[in-house]
Design a protein around this ligand. Structure first.
Ligand code: TXA
Ligand code: MG
Length: 349
């Protein structure tokens, strides 16, 4: 199959609209189309079209028991796929939509294909904060199921080039509107019966932002509780995700001892280092050093993380030593993805 590219970046307003209308028509007709959101690129399909949704799973090589997030262009459209929206759920939508917050709601029977929810009674819904995504969703006029547009197990794509790397020839098209903003996926959350918010996957909306907006957030950090649980609440969390091809070891603890540990490993095995601006000069003996920007601005680390992991792959780096960062703010999501990328290989020094 030839993958069509609709380029928006340098297009005039009129051309953008034409390109988006064409992409939306492909979606409506059962095609699968990658598109940018504020977090990462998604691979969309008409959410009520079972055959289209099945093609998404096949193109990605995604396990069939991992449900998809439904993307909508408005709160009203969310109401068409959810059975009910509670007061707290609506308040979350009003506070954070459009934006990187996916809400797990009680699903409306028959509104989306059972393949989207993998038979769960719930459906995850979000309204992305990206002009091209919103125009595409409006033009398509249907709910769009969209996982990240990567081959399963690979780092999520933050540019159209990443999507092509993984899916060229496997999907109908890509809406290319440049690099995404946040760089990591949305926060997946659910509202518990008493009104507290439970974070199932940390992401673009931070725990602190939820609290500052007046929501009560369940205590436990996802990294320590849900991920370790036998039956993960968010099915996607159990898979080895976001992984580069090389073997990544997460190094946490005292900064000086971390550097000493990495020096010893590099001397013994060679390899690359994933670190931060303040520490990038510490490892001259490494095969490659990639900096995620300042430890004081972890938004930059979030933006660059997946491209950095892909960069190590391109260079054929077999061992990667990744330094930990603070778990405050977006750091919680960065550390969650680093843990995933490490597949459990972590040392605390
Ligand atoms: O930022 C994002 O969320 C991106 C962009 C494209 O919107 N999408 C994304 O989709 O990250 P994906 O498929 O890579 O991750 C979806 C996550 C998985 O962890 C999945 O298990 C969880 O959402 N999920 C989906 N439906 C769910 C449900 N009904 N209950 C619990 N978790 C659910
Ligand atoms: Mg994904």
């Amino acid at each position: 199959m030839e993958t069509k590219i609709w380029r928006l970046s340098q297009a005039s307003e009129g051309t953008r609209l034409e390109e988006l209308t064409e992409a939306a028509a492909v979606l409506r007709a059962g095609g699968i189309v990658a598109f940018p959101t504020e977090t990462v690129y998604g691979l969309g399909a008409h959410a009520a079209d079972t055959a289209a949704v099945e093609r998404v799973f096949a193109a990605k090589g995604r396990p069939l028991d991992n449900p998809l997030i439904v993307h909508v262009a408005s709160i009203e459209a969310a109401g068409r796929v959810a059975e009910t929206i509670s007061e707290t759920e609506r308040a979350l939508m009003e506070a954070f939509w459009p934006g990187p917050l996916s809400l797990v709601l009680r699903g409306k029977v028959g509104a989306v294909s059972g393949r989207v929810t993998c038979g769960l009674p719930t459906v995850a819904v979000r309204m992305p904060d990206h002009p091209a995504a919103l125009s595409l969703l409006e033009a398509a006029g249907c709910p769009v199921a969209a996982p990240s547009a990567n081959r399963s197990g690979r780092p999520s794509p933050t540019s159209a080039a990443h999507v092509l790397e993984d899916l060229d020839g496997r999907i109908d098209g890509i809406v290319d509107d440049g690099a995404t903003g946040v760089g990591l996926e949305s926060t997946v959350a659910e509202v518990l019966e008493g009104g507290a918010v439970r974070i199932l996957r940390p992401g673009g909306v931070t725990r602190e932002q939820l609290e500052e907006a007046g929501f009560r957030v369940e205590e436990a950090k996802v990294s320590e509780s849900v991920e370790a649980a036998e039956t993960p609440r968010s099915p996607g969390m159990k898979y080895a995700h976001y992984a580069p091809k090389g073997e990544l070891t997460l190094v946490a603890g005292d900064r000086e001892r971390a550097a000493a540990y990495i020096h010893r490993q590099l001397a013994a095995h060679g390899g690359g280092v994933l670190t931060y601006e303040e520490r990038a000069g510490l490892f001259p003996e490494a095969d490659v050093v990639v900096s995620l920007g300042s430890l004081d601005r972890l938004e930059t680390a979030a933006q660059g993380l997946y491209a950095a992991l892909r960069r190590f792959d391109e260079l054929g780096v077999e061992r990667i030593y990744a330094e930990a960062c603070s778990e405050e703010g977006i750091g919680e999501a960065v550390m969650n993805r680093l843990r995933k990328a490490s597949g459990g290989r972590s040392v605390h020094v």
